[in-house]
Write a protein that binds this ligand. Structure first.
Ligand code: HEM
Length: 213
């Protein structure tokens, strides 16, 4: 039985809703309104923004630990939710312009990068749905934490989705490098037992909901 208690994370200030939600709404509307002649720029913008939020979400725990700022950790939830919202907008703009719902299954297989994108999006759904304190309580901390390991396949599938068309390999390489660094850091952390001043100050200062690494 899990004994962790859950408190809601921080509230996002209005300016942040506007700063993050505004460009998403703008590019979604533009991508749908402008139609086939222009949709690629909004699709790319929304896809890149989603990937950046995913990578930032992964960077939160190392940053919180290295800077000894456990208060940063709950922001991971917002980053994950915005990554999901942008991924949905990215897909909607593309689907709306290309009418993928008319496609037959073999047509999808001609574009494997799309298949990776679709799997990434499907795997992200349970993460978005359970990103609240009530789900954490219901599932229990251990099961919730295990479920949220799906973040790693989501980000790797997204990177494959981005890499396969291979038209901007140099740019994609940076995302692979940063992700590999962050995943490597987590693996090393998982293998080594917490000790020392930083770990002690971490466990003393972090409320239960924040100890979700
Ligand atoms: C978690 C889900 C997803 C994420 C994070 C994501 C992210 C990305 C990223 C980073 C790119 C590269 C953008 C660029 O070249 O500058 C991209 C490209 C693209 N994605 Fe996704 N994607 C996801 C799911 C999907 C799905 C489900 C579809 C459609 C069914 C899709 C359709 C596309 C298309 C068509 C492109 C190429 C756009 C172009 O170069 O013109 N993506 N995506």
């Amino acid at each position: 039985m899990d004994t962790q208690t859950c408190t809601p994370g921080p509230r996002m200030p209005l300016w942040a809703w506007i700063a993050v939600g505004g460009p998403m709404a703008f590019y979604t509307i533009l991508g749908i309104a402008e139609g086939e002649s222009y949709y690629r720029i909004p699709v790319r913008f929304l896809g890149i923004a989603s990937l950046v939020f995913l990578v930032l979400g992964l960077a939160i725990t190392p940053a919180a630990k290295l800077l000894a700022r456990p208060g940063l950790t709950p922001w991971r939830r917002w980053l994950g939710l915005w990554a999901f919202a942008y991924a949905v907008a990215h897909t909607v703009v593309y689907a709306f312009n290309v009418h993928i719902w008319h496609w037959s299954l073999p047509r999808y297989w001609r574009y494997p990068y799309l298949v990776y994108g679709i799997i990434a999006l499907l795997l992200a759904i349970p993460l978005a749905v359970t990103s609240n304190a009530a789900s954490m309580r219901k599932l229990g901390f251990t099961a919730w934490k295990r479920l949220h390991l799906l973040t790693y396949p989501v980000i790797v599938l997204t990177l494959i989705h981005y890499t396969l068309p291979l038209y901007r390999w140099n740019l994609v390489a940076y995302y692979w490098a940063v992700t590999a660094l962050l995943v490597g850091w987590r693996l090393v952390q998982g293998l080594s037992r917490p000790s020392g001043r930083l770990a002690k100050s971490w466990s003393r200062r972090a409320p239960a909901f924040e100890r979700t690494e």
